[in-house]
Design a protein around this ligand. Structure first.
Ligand code: AMP
Ligand code: ZN
Length: 143
């Protein structure tokens, strides 16, 4: 088991600090976010310590994806919101504060003051297709 002594989510997995658990299995744990954006906001984490998508084991991630589908459906059925957000922040620039991979599962109703948003004017100028092709090439060549 990969664990990090000082990591707050590893401490939750080890039972050293309390959490409101939704479910767990050998690989993952789901528990309530302590600062919920909305009622039902919970987090899905791997029990092993991975920082984020950059270092997670892909078999662990595949298992997380299956349990994410379960958790998202359960939250939706429990609260019947207009929708459910799944978000992952990878690195501080993306808004990651806790450096242990976690997926937010957040019930969201239309008009809520949080969410993944594009700027109002983002569709004013469509990207140049040649530039997009260059950028796609750059990404496809990166490993
Ligand atoms: P992020 O900004 O994506 O790293 O989100 C970290 C999330 O972890 C925040 O939504 C916090 O409210 C939540 N969080 C931090 N500490 C705890 C804790 N002890 N129990 C439950 N959730 C926590
Ligand atoms: Zn950890």
């Amino acid at each position: 088991m990969t664990t990090s002594e000082d990591c707050i989510f590893c401490k939750i997995v080890r039972g050293e600090i309390p959490s409101a658990k939704v479910f767990e299995d050998d690989v993952v744990m789901a528990f309530m976010d302590i600062y919920p954006l909305n009622t039902g906001h919970c987090l899905l984490i791997p029990k092993d310590h991975y920082t984020n998508m950059f270092d997670v084991d892909k078999d662990v991630l595949a298992h997380m994806a299956r349990r994410l589908a379960d958790l998202t459906r359960m939250v939706n059925n429990a609260f019947d919101p207009d929708g459910v957000l799944n978000t992952i922040a990878n690195g501080s620039g993306a808004g990651q504060e806790v450096p242990h991979l976690h997926i937010h599962v957040i019930p969201r109703n239309r008009g809520a003051n949080f969410g993944f948003r594009f700027p109002d004017d983002y569709r004013e100028e469509m990207a140049n297709p040649d530039e997009l092709a260059q950028i796609a090439k750059k990404i496809s060549k990166a490993s």
